[in-house]
Design a protein around this ligand. Structure first.
Ligand code: ARG
Length: 456
């Protein structure tokens, strides 16, 4: 097949070179954005009187018919035509003839592909941020449903202090709302139109770039043509925000895997969101969180990928930049799929409050509350900490929990301790005492739920 750029060549491209350089295998996904960009560019050419009204109309109709055919799977892709831009231009020429030959005036694939990728990502940012909201809503619904369940909060994976399950879930909502904010922040740096930069030096035609940007719904136009065709910072930002988001999904997944183990036994995952083992009939495996944790590696890899592609590039466009798309498409799909399937999993998860409370009752989770009790009786915190340490040591020796010690036993360590100690060191008493903005007291958590609902 003769190439659109074959003029200065006297020999055909070697087959292996064709296979090595093509990108149509994956960049066909940009077809909608490529056509959108071409229609707007044609509008610019029309206004600059490079296209007649008639030619413009033919181009637009031709591009729309190509879009329909691709959408319906009726379009044939061929590696000889390299990429999506060449495919669409060749098809347009086949369909409408001469007018199509004028479309690439004042444009290069360099500003074209940069425009396509930005249009694509703007769309996907809205999609992903919507999916994040859906996911947060599923998390919030579980938190609202379980406002009285207590579980042990951990540090070093050791029992630390009791917290409300709703408080624990809301910690993740915070992470995901930050992720949504990050996507919104970077949107403005994606929302810049490169068209008019042409190959690298700017178009040699009086194209009204602002009018084209308006038609494509770009907020601003790029300032510098060299930068516009070689800038992929916005992909680094996106990959970075996506990697952080996956990191959060992975941490949540890790907790679900632990909670689902026989050792923790805090949750029951729905049959429809788990899988079995081919050899061990008793198994019900948490494959969704495990795969999410695993796929996090891919997305972090995609961030390193784009950073490494960009790090040694001189201005302006270099073919290396073609390598930006596979990791981009992969990240978009991976993040979307993980969010979607984890939303289903969260909607169907069952919690086991008795198991959580039993775990919270172990491990001296309210030892800090005992120290705080002594502080309220005018003992300096450091001293209270030491007394409590001695009590815990004694309780361990006796094989007792804190609430298993008698009052005379307590008073041996401090005469300040009275009967009300038992309330102070109960799980409910401990939770109740964390009456501070951002703390786990029921009233604070109820208010936090209310605020989170509004923010989502
Ligand atoms: N397929 C190319 C890419 O994805 C399009 C731009 C090619 N430009 C060029 N001068 N070879 O980056």
């Amino acid at each position: 097949m003769s190439k659109l750029w074959s003029g200065r060549f006297s020999a055909d491209t070697a087959k292996e070179v064709q296979n090595f350089t093509e990108s149509i295998s994956w960049d066909w996904q940009l077809y909608r954005y490529d056509i959108q960009g071409s229609i707007a560019h044609a509008g610019g050419l029309r206004r600059a009187k490079i296209l007649t009204a008639q030619e413009y109309k033919k181009i637009v109709a031709g591009l729309k018919s190509i879009e329909r055919d691709i959408a319906q799977g009726k379009f044939e892709f061929n590696t000889a035509l390299e990429d999506i831009h060449m495919h669409i231009e060749a098809a347009l020429t086949a369909r409408i003839g001469a007018a199509a030959q004028k479309l690439h005036t004042g444009r290069s694939r360099n500003d074209q592909v940069a425009t396509d990728v930005r249009l694509y990502l703007k769309d996907k940012l809205i999609l992903l941020s919507g999916q994040l909201s859906v996911f947060c809503t599923a998390l919030l619904a579980q938190a609202e449903k379980h406002q009285t369940i207590i579980l042990p909060g951990l540090t070093h994976l050791q029992i630390a202090q009791p917290v409300l399950l709703a408080h624990h879930i809301l910690a993740y909502v915070e992470m995901f709302l930050r992720d949504r904010q990050r996507l919104a922040d970077l949107y403005s740096r994606v929302d810049v139109m490169p068209l008019g930069s042409a190959a690298l030096a700017g178009a040699a035609y009086p194209l009204d770039r602002r009018a084209v940007a308006k038609e494509l719904d770009f907020a601003v136009i790029s300032e510098n043509s060299l930068d516009a065709v070689s800038d992929r910072d916005f992909l680094v930002e996106f990959q970075s925000a996506a990697a952080i988001l996956m990191l959060h999904l992975s941490r949540l997944s890790e907790e679900l895997i632990l909670w689902n183990s026989a050792q923790f036994d805090y949750v029951e995952l729905a049959d429809s969101y788990t899988t079995g083992s081919s050899i061990m009939p008793q198994k019900k495996n948490p494959d969704i969180p495990e795969l999410t944790r695993g796929k996090t590696g891919r997305v972090i890899g995609n961030l390193i990928n784009i950073l490494t592609v960009l790090k040694g590039l001189p201005l302006a466009y270099n073919r290396d930049l073609q390598e930006d798309k596979q990791p981009l498409f992969d990240t978009v799909k991976t993040v979307f799929d993980c969010l979607q399937v984890l939303t289903g999993l969260w909607r169907t998860i069952q919690f086991k409050p008795a198991k959580m409370a039993a775990a919270a009752a172990k491990g001296f989770a309210t030892a800090t509350d005992l120290a705080d009790y002594l502080v309220r009786r005018n003992i300096p915190f450091r001293e209270a900490h030491a007394i409590t340490g001695r009590i815990v040591h004694y309780a361990i020796e006796q094989g007792k929990a804190l609430d298993g010690l008698t009052l005379p036993e307590y008073q041996r360590f401090s005469p300040q301790i009275a009967k009300d100690i038992y309330k102070a060191i109960s799980l409910a008493g401990s939770i109740q005492s964390r009456q501070i903005y951002g703390g786990t007291a029921p009233a604070q958590v109820a208010a936090a739920l209310e605020r989170a609902r509004k923010r989502i």
